[in-house]
Write a protein that binds this ligand. Structure first.
Ligand code: SAM
Ligand code: SF4
Length: 442
């Protein structure tokens, strides 16, 4: 039996797919190269913007042709679109055999087995529950990188930002017990992992649903004791919940990387209020300043939404100004997309598409200049990098990352993959750094 898994969306989805693939592999499934070659095709989907959903729908269209030719293939839609649309998805796409929401991912393997066992008469099941169950157990040895791993510390989100579908499709925040997180990291490190990134929609609010405060910093401190683990990162931090204790941890705990993903979303107070983000522009800037005072040089990344309902040119200029003030390493910039059921969906989506596009491109251009300036700071420095492997663009060269998530390209043997190397930086573009390994090789 062969399975192939397609993934759209954020790092949580990437991790969920890895967990799903691991469970199928443990049950004896091989990996199929394409749907043509597969017995089971799983689409792990994203709902965060309409554009992401449309990609899934168009892929499903293609799978319809496959289903006509090979009715025995089992087509599963899993993840956020499955959770959001439930039974409607099967009404619209008859080729879908199974709809498995985010709340039932741990059962996906069993549900596929049941369905296939029941023969064609069993087709058409929908599994979407309200509650968020325990995180599915993971086959630690099955992962995309041998040296780096994501570890989920929570599911869901309680923030209900006005534009965001996540709390509706991934449920309320449910933090994993710290012991479980630490045990998973230990198992990964025993299996060769050197860098872990703790994942959560609101990782700096970790533990709050369990009545705990300061839980993220405590778990970070515990991870320092794991021998063989070298680098620890965490994403995504909500600015309202990110403060001095986290910044001190970044300064004081030796394995912490100087990287912070701190999405601002907008630089306009009026829009931040409409977005229900829970901080003002000045509060955000004050946090960034405090981070610098406490932890020194940290690479900061952000997310921005342009064209939120009611966003004027002047609001947008405030966002541009924020990007100029905070020397971001990079920003992910999105055009606002109304999501049914969210608070913002009740507001008129009144920024014309052309203005959204123009603002998106304009902000991207400003960020590119900032990214170049950020990267140029590294020229002439020697930095420690973890080598990922051959560069995707030029397989004769190596691609590595700094602790701040800057990408470094250099010449070296592929045997360096998974090693920490010291590289002298000799070139910088807005996207990558380049350099040469120092003589001692780090
Ligand atoms: N929990 C994270 C946070 O609060 O920053 C990220 C959640 S979301 C998966 C990733 C990004 O998508 C958000 O930071 C936001 O910029 C963007 N996003 C979410 N909803 C959106 C919408 N309706 N339209 C456009 N972008 C959206
Ligand atoms: Fe969505 Fe806001 Fe939660 Fe992030 S913090 S997942 S943007 S509701």
């Amino acid at each position: 039996m062969k399975v192939c898994v397609y993934t759209w969306g954020c790092q949580m989805n990437v991790l969920d797919s890895e967990v799903i693939e691991g469970r199928f592999a443990a049950a004896g499934y091989e990996t199929a190269e394409s749907p043509e070659d597969a017995d089971v095709v799983i689409l792990n989907t994203c709902s965060v913007r309409q554009h992401a959903e449309n990609k899934v729908f168009s892929f499903l269209g293609k799978l319809g042709e496959l289903k006509l030719r090979r009715p025995d293939v089992t087509i599963v839609v899993a993840g956020c679109v499955a959770q959001r649309l439930g039974a409607d998805l099967r009404k619209r796409y008859g080729q879908v055999d199974l709809v498995v929401g985010t709340s039932r991912l741990g059962d996906l393997l069993g549900l596929v087995g049941e369905l296939r066992g029941a023969g064609r008469g069993g087709a058409g099941r929908v599994h979407v529950e309200e509650e968020t169950p325990a995180y599915p157990e993971r086959a630690v040895s099955h992962r995309a990188s041998r040296f780096q791993a994501f570890v989920s510390v929570m599911r869901g989100c309680d923030n209900f930002c006005a534009y965001c579908i996540v709390p509706y499709v991934r449920g309320r925040q449910a933090s994993r017990p710290a012991g479980e997180v630490v045990d998973e990291v230990k198992a990964l490190v025993d299996d060769g992992v050197k860098e872990v990134t703790l994942l959560g929609q609101n990782v700096t609010g970790y533990g709050r649903d369990r009545g705990e405060t300061g839980a993220l910093v405590r778990v970070l401190a515990e991870l320092q004791r794991i021998e063989g683990l070298e680098w620890v990162k965490f994403v995504t931090s909500h600015p309202r919940d990110t403060g001095e204790d986290v910044f001190r941890a970044m300064r004081d705990l030796p394995k912490m990387c100087k990287y912070l993903h701190l999405p601002a979303q907008s630089g306009s107070d009026r829009i931040l209020t409409l977005m229900r983000r829970g901080y003002s522009r000045q509060e955000y800037l004050d946090k960034v300043a405090l981070l610098g005072e406490i932890a020194g040089e940290v690479s900061i990344a952000s997310d921005f939404i342009v064209g939120f309902p009611g966003e004027t040119e002047s609001d947008f200029e405030d966002t541009v100004d924020l990007v100029r003030r905070v020397a971001y390493k990079n920003s992910f910039i999105f055009k606002y997309s109304p999501r049914e059921g969210t608070a913002a969906a009740k507001l008129a989506d009144d920024v014309p598409v052309a203005d959204k596009k123009r603002r998106n491109n304009a902000l991207l251009a400003v960020q590119q200049v900032q990214s170049l300036a950020h990267n140029r700071l590294f020229l002439g420095r020697t930095v420690k990098v973890l080598v990922d492997g051959p560069s995707k663009k030029d397989s004769a060269r190596l691609s590595a990352r700094t602790e701040g998530e800057e990408i470094v390209i250099f010449d070296g043997p592929t045997a360096l993959a998974g090693q920490f190397v010291m590289v002298e930086i000799t070139g910088a573009t807005a996207i990558t750094l380049s350099g040469r390994p120092t003589a001692d090789g780090g």
